[in-house]
Design a protein around this ligand. Structure first.
Ligand SMILES: [Zn+2]
Length: 588
């Protein structure tokens, strides 16, 4: 009898363990309809045709082939005497499979090596299609750290913003491309085929494969783990994401830590020094001709430096960040350059990011220090403007007068003043959505356009479930077990944790690690080693291995099965431990 009671308590304790401590992955479902029939500006359509185009293999030289138009990022094949070297492998196995077929049709042979230009999922998610057994995979030494950041505490925000930036619920007739490539298939990309590199380097690495020399150079820019590949015998430079046919994404709407502006310029200068005949970026069409390549690279780095230097000048002059964003622009000598057209990155967003990186959010405007709370502030504005109905009437007039920019401002004020009046599906939400659609009709930047259209659709139909890459079990054991606890701490529900002061201990038999999680003052503290003074006695002690814990935390292993097989033991008050884990929010 006693044993049955123990089992029942253990089951109760374990039920809350899975997704609560890290995340469980919800399969992608398209639960809201697609935005359709929003005709893109003609110039955007032309850009999509010219810079991206239909899926095809282009022969750059006798040895270099480019598969472009199949996915957001391109894949390059370098033919050597012992097989093919593949640079970047696409976003998902589903998208990579036809690329492999097309490239190997152009250059049949075994895969000799894979090179990742960086760790963004659109360049590595299709690796399983290319990584035949024993094929070496090259990347910079920062690759793994950078890759795993994609599975950090801000993942939910990043996924929601990423889905908006790429217009997950926007049809192809309304958004024909993603400015730097084919629209990504975010649903397919939830199944990742990414593989970790087997060979890494810092600085530079020279390879000779089947009679072809490949010079790999670390080149920070769009990411801190970026490299480019120079093929001196071919006169070809594979630029990764430090160059493509759009103003660079110095800031990305999906959210990222600041991109290293000075390093990006230095990387472009290192590329200029090599004076290649062919510039083959990982996104958008290649450029051939030594003069054309030199001029394009020079204008690109000059555009970045222009924005950086104008931000510095205007900040030193005491201008607010809003004024700076509005005033930076590009000089006449660069404004018409095709590779600086604001199709993917945008000058004003970049200016804000550069300002924020160096000076932070405060821009010398004293009114920003002690404003009223947003709802109160918005209500007072609405009152000063004659009340909600008057503001709404002005917003409708703005739409009728083809001034959607102003309409969006006015509707947003109404949203902030009374958010409940703007909940998805309400007439007011529909009016803001229509104003966002109207604004999008003027926007030729695909990230901005997608964000407006996707947001409008969420206003009409509510938030769709998030689709985000699943964590491949192969990556799990690379994550330090403390990473799971760091994220667990951020999942504490302050309401369920109010007035709680309790702790639980976790002991890992394989590494000897001991972690104590203490709930106190509405936060969860994670302490490695000995608990700090004042920590209450643990209400339970969980004993397991790091491998088991990683799988429990990601719902790959059932706690009940782990307990039954002896991989997991819980000593102490099982019901109290159940309550303890129940204070953390489940979900992504
Ligand atoms: Zn990319």
């Amino acid at each position: 009898m006693a044993r049955r009671r123990f089992v029942a308590l253990a089951v109760a304790a374990l039920v809350g363990l899975g997704g609560a401590v890290w995340w469980s992955v919800t399969p992608a479902r398209r639960s809201i309809p697609l935005v359709r029939g929003q005709a893109p500006p003609a110039s955007l359509k032309a850009h999509c045709d010219e810079a991206v185009g239909a899926p095809r293999v282009e022969r750059v030289t006798d040895r270099v082939f480019l598969a472009i138009g199949y996915d957001l990022a391109s894949t390059v094949l370098v033919r050597t005497d012992v097989g093919n070297v593949i640079v970047d492998v696409g976003m998902s196995p589903a998208r990579a499979a036809p690329v492999r077929e097309a490239l190997l049709h152009a250059s049949p042979g075994p895969i000799a090596a894979i090179i990742y230009t960086h760790s963004h999922i659109d360049h590595v998610g299709g690796a399983s299609v290319w990584a035949d057994p024993g094929v070496p995979i090259w990347a910079t030494a920062s690759f793994t750290d950078h890759f795993l950041k994609q599975y950090g505490a801000f993942r939910r925000a990043e996924s929601r913003r990423g889905a908006a930036q790429f217009g997950e619920h926007v049809s192809e007739d309304s958004l024909p491309c993603s400015a730097i490539g084919r629209r990504p298939d975010l649903a397919a990309a939830t199944t990742t085929g990414a593989r970790f590199p087997s060979h890494t380097f810092s600085g530079a690495q020279d390879l000779e494969i089947g009679g072809v020399r490949l010079h790999l150079r670390e080149a920070h820019g769009e990411t801190h783990d970026q490299l480019f590949v120079h093929l001196p015998d071919e006169g070809v430079l594979l630029a990764g994401d430090n160059f493509y046919r759009s103003f660079p994404n110095l800031y990305t709407l999906r959210g990222t830590s600041p991109r290293p502006i000075d390093a990006w310029i230095a990387s472009l200068d290192a590329m200029r020094r090599l004076a290649p005949e062919h510039l083959v970026p990982s996104h958008t069409a290649p450029i051939s001709g030594r003069d054309q390549v030199r001029e394009a690279l020079t204008r690109y780095r000059d555009g970045i430096q222009w924005v950086r230097d104008r931000v510095i000048q205007l900040a030193n002059a005491g201008r607010s960040v809003d004024h700076i964003a509005a005033d930076v622009g590009l000089p006449p000598a660069l404004a018409g350059a095709p590779e600086l057209a604001e199709r993917y990155g945008q000058v004003d967003w970049s200016a804000r990011a550069i300002y924020d990186e160096r000076l932070g959010w405060f821009d010398e405007r004293p009114e920003r220090l002690y404003p009223h709370a947003p709802a109160e502030r918005a209500r007072r504005f609405v009152d000063a403007m004659g009340g909600g109905e008057a503001v709404r009437a002005r917003a409708r007039e703005a739409v009728a007068a083809r001034d959607p920019r102003w309409a969006v401002e006015l509707y947003s004020l109404l949203r902030d003043a009374a958010p409940e009046g703007m909940s998805p599906g309400t007439p007011l939400a529909g009016e803001l959505a229509a104003a966002l659609d109207a604004l999008a009709s003027e926007v030729g930047n695909t990230n901005g356009r997608a964000y407006l259209l996707e947001t409008g659709q969420r206003l009409r139909h509510g938030e769709p479930p998030l689709s985000a890459p699943t964590l491949d079990p192969a990556f799990l054991d690379v994550l330090p077990v403390s990473h799971f606890f760091t994220i667990m701490a951020t999942r504490l529900d302050p309401e369920l944790a109010a007035d709680v002061h309790e702790s639980a201990r976790f002991e890992f038999t394989d590494t000897g690690e001991r972690l104590t999680v203490t709930i106190r003052h509405g936060i969860a503290e994670v302490v490695a080693g000995e608990p700090l003074p004042g920590t209450p006695e643990p209400l339970a002690i969980v004993t397991t291995t790091t491998a088991t814990w990683r799988r429990l935390a990601t719902d790959l292993r059932s706690p009940l099965a782990a307990a039954a097989s002896g991989e997991l033991a819980i000593a102490g008050d099982a019901l109290a431990f159940r309550r303890f884990t129940g204070r953390f929010r489940r979900g992504l």
